[in-house]
Design a protein around this ligand. Structure first.
Ligand code: ACM
Ligand code: ZN
Length: 537
């Protein structure tokens, strides 16, 4: 066995995995046509990197990550032409994320506007390989069907959000998630790093945030059968926690970049703040000592925007955050912020007076605008949940629409950029089905066909559509206690969502459904946990 593997690795003389002729690709390419013949990939196939833009080497790395498990060795990478090679080159007539992929009997040609597009061509190649090749051993040759693919995404922002506060996911798990989302041609990872139930990012200036704020007293262990929400959940008394050091954050950001994924950090302000308030009691209106929350839902205890020290704090946090994340956006949350404490707080009342504010919601508008000025001064743009539209929002804030698409539509109509993530279609913490065998989740039901049916442009004129940057799946993790469960919530729904974001009006459910069967075999080959029994026949 070992000898056979060694032989296959060195001389490519192991067995041949024939093509299954399948051109089934998710998300659906703009055009994909079968041509005559097959290409034979072997351990001796070269990668010819004829692309000089920064990050081009990551495309070769992506091919090798895909192929190395098949052959037990990486393909040689060179810059000079070679026959029978996988050649990657720049085509300046194509957009950065667009690519043209040609599989011919005498070689594979990838042309793209930039390395990102070439990376997506590699993701398409993965789906043209025979599924049997993944997980097989003693492989010497793998056949691919000859084809010509021309492809480009319809939306520039294609995101997945992970809530690492309600449950913590290790760096290794986050990286596995990035591999899964990259395979679906997702280009943005929105990392929800702070919330009432745990502060998950190391901030050097404020060490209590992780020493105190990253740990809650109890651990969720399940829910009573038939129970709906918190009060029926079961907990044990084991403390629960975790956080990412700044080195780990840098590591994840670099890992994402190599997969052409930008990381957007979310630091919640002014609501969803109890873990911060538990760490530094002077951040709240009352200064009381709170505990990190152990149950879910909205909390009245929020930051006090009346005090200058609160802004010193949040700007101190953001000053470290902007250094860690090279992307253009920082998400400041802004959702679900009750004003109960503000209305009783002398500092908040004084702020209302000094700023000439007449409505309590304007205190949040004031805070958001102030954080936006800070972020802009550090070269970043602000994103907030659609609540930041209430009252008055600056024309430059980007809105993430979650309470339906109304926020996104309103933003687009008034000239604010928006990202669509309505809970009805994009909240992957919702159950995929109701009944036997379904794991813990929020009550609402979001099956894969409903995800697929979402039209992010509905209700918008062509001019207004310009303001919709893209869309996103949200993995809120109250009821996602581990990575295995997370995969189940994500797949295959991410397949449906990525096709809407990438292919827009090229969608067709019956065709997608057929391609999803093929994709599921790839999920199986990679050992991903997914909601198989709910749709596979
Ligand atoms: C949210 O789901 N509260 C943004
Ligand atoms: Zn206050």
């Amino acid at each position: 066995m070992l000898l056979a593997l060694l032989c296959a690795a060195v001389c490519g003389c192991g067995r041949t995995i024939p093509t299954d002729g399948s051109l089934s690709v998710i998300p659906r390419p703009a055009s994909i046509e079968a041509t005559e013949g097959t290409f034979v990939l072997t351990p001796r196939t070269n990668i010819v990197l004829s692309m000089e833009q920064p990050g081009a080497e990551w495309v070769a790395d992506a091919i090798n990550r895909m192929v190395e498990p098949l052959f037990g060795r990486a393909l040689a990478v060179r810059t000079t032409p070679a026959s029978g090679a996988v050649t990657i080159r720049t085509d300046a007539s194509l957009a950065a994320e667009a690519y043209r992929l040609e599989v011919r009997p005498d070689g594979i040609e990838i042309a793209a506007g930039a390395p990102a597009g070439a990376f997506y061509a590699v993701q398409t190649l993965r789906q043209l390989l025979p599924v049997e090749a993944f997980g097989a051993s003693d492989i010497g040759r793998v056949e691919l069907p000859c084809a010509v693919v021309a492809d480009a995404p319809c939306m520039g922002y294609r995101g997945v959000m992970l809530d690492a506060s309600r449950h913590f996911f290790t760096v290794d798990e986050v990286k596995q998630l990035l591999d899964i989302v990259a395979m679906h041609k997702i280009n943005t990872f929105h990392w929800h790093l702070t919330d009432d139930q745990g502060w998950r990012i190391e901030i050097k200036a404020y060490p209590e945030l992780t020493r105190v704020g990253s740990i809650r007293k109890r651990t969720l262990i399940g829910r009573d059968p038939g129970g709906e929400y918190d009060e029926t959940c079961q907990y044990d008394e084991t403390p629960y926690g975790g956080f990412y050091t700044q080195d780990e954050i840098r590591d994840v950001v670099a890992y994402a970049a190599e997969r052409f994924i930008t990381v957007i950090p979310e630091i919640e302000f002014p609501g969803h703040a109890v873990s911060a308030l538990a760490s530094y009691p002077w951040l709240s209106c009352t200064g009381e000592q709170y505990e990190v929350r152990q149950t879910w839902d909205i909390d009245d205890r929020v930051y006090c925007p009346g005090k200058e020290t609160t802004f010193e704090f949040i700007e101190g946090v953001l000053a470290e955050v902007v250094e860690l994340f090279p992307g253009e956006y920082v998400h400041i949350g802004g959702d679900e912020c009750p004003m109960t404490y503000w209305k009783k707080c002398p500092h908040c009342k004084a702020r209302m007076r000094s700023e000439g504010l007449t409505e309590w919601r304007q205190l949040q508008n004031y805070s958001t605008a102030r954080l936006e000025r800070f972020l802009n001064a550090h070269g970043k743009k602000l994103i907030g949940w659609d609540e930041i539209l209430e009252g008055e929002v600056t024309p430059t804030a980007t809105i993430m629409s979650w309470r339906g698409t109304e926020g996104g539509i309103r933003a687009a109509k008034q000239g604010n950029y928006a990202i669509m993530a309505p809970s009805e279609y994009c909240y992957f913490d919702h159950a995929q089905a109701v009944g036997e065998g379904e794991p813990l989740s929020w009550g609402a039901r979001l099956p894969v066909d409903k995800v697929y049916s979402f039209d992010p442009y509905e209700g918008l004129t062509p001019e207004e559509r310009h303001y919709i940057l893209g869309m996103q799946a949200n993995l809120w993790a109250e009821y996602i206690p581990n990575f295995d469960h997370l995969q189940y919530m994500l797949l295959p729904r991410l397949g449906a969502l990525c096709e809407t974001a990438w292919a827009c009006d090229r969608k067709e459910w019956s065709d997608f459904r057929r391609r999803l069967d093929r994709m599921a075999r790839l999920y199986d080959a990679y050992g991903y946990n997914y909601a198989k029994h709910l749709w596979a026949e």
